[in-house]
Design a protein around this ligand. Structure first.
Ligand code: ZN
Ligand code: FE
Length: 249
């Protein structure tokens, strides 16, 4: 039950992730932003590809499925909505699990950004791939779902252990930090934002993050505290999400 993760930039601001179950040598990629970049990373690692795990149907997450399947013969696993790009070999939903050698990924419903978005959680290693649901200091836009659905999804993510390593699919953190500072004066946020801006200056990634760090500083998770005027937590979240959508940072 040890998983090796290789993270690499794809497209303008996506991350690609290759994971290897060390016991069996089986390899999966989480989403397929760019088939060429993923094939190049596989070659660099000297790894084959057994499995694609899709979090949602968007082209920057499933657009490389067909090319990678043609190149490697891998199996595609994802939520039913991925059929909007091409039908997965296996459709999964909340409560299912997917094996990669000895590593088990639990499938968690995290709909909201898209209706069928899922998260893959390796409970043995405390590693979660959350796609476009939770970002470092941010969360996905509500393209298909509403605030209530997204808030429930974010609760399922924050119910994971505090020390869970959280791999988000985009490097949006500096922009997210600028928005967060506009709505939250918390000193822990200020300190984190400073270290984020410094890391980006040095060209370093700010992903992965952790559940504990996001619970402490992410303004979307802190929405009920930031909007005490709104009694319903999901509505407080919706108000912060709407403010971010309108933010010109
Ligand atoms: Zn997306
Ligand atoms: Fe995306």
């Amino acid at each position: 039950m040890t998983l090796t993760v290789r993270q690499f930039p794809c497209l303008s601001d996506n991350y690609g992730f290759l994971v290897r179950d060390d016991a069996s040598g089986k390899v999966a990629c989480i989403d397929t932003p760019d088939a060429e970049a993923i094939l190049a990373e596989l070659a660099k690692a000297g790894w084959g590809l057994d499995l694609i795990l899709n979090t949602h149907w968007h082209p920057d997450h499933a657009g490389g499925n067909e090319a990678l399947k043609a190149a490697t013969g891998c199996t595609v696993v994802g939520p039913a909505e991925v059929a909007r790009i091409a039908a997965p070999d296996r459709v999964v939903a909340h409560g299912d699990h997917v094996m990669l050698g000895d590593t088990r990924f639990d499938v968690i419903d995290t709909g909201g950004h898209t209706l069928g978005h899922v998260t893959f959680f390796d409970a043995a290693d405390h590693i979660a791939f959350v796609g476009d649901t939770l970002f470092a200091l941010g969360c996905g836009r509500l393209f298909e779902g509403d605030a209530a659905q997204m808030w429930a999804s974010l609760q399922r993510i924050t119910d994971l252990p505090d020390d869970t390593t959280v791999y988000c699919a985009h490097e949006y953190t500096a922009a997210n930090a600028r928005f967060a500072l506009s709505v939250d004066a918390d000193p822990a946020l200020k300190a984190r934002a400073d270290s984020i801006f410094a890391a980006r200056e040095r060209g370093e990634p700010t992903v992965p993050t952790s559940i504990a760090l996001e619970k402490a500083t992410n303004p979307f998770l802190r929405a009920p505290l930031l909007r005490p005027d709104i009694a319903n937590p999901a509505e407080a979240f919706g108000a912060v999400r709407a403010a971010k959508d309108a933010f010109k940072g």
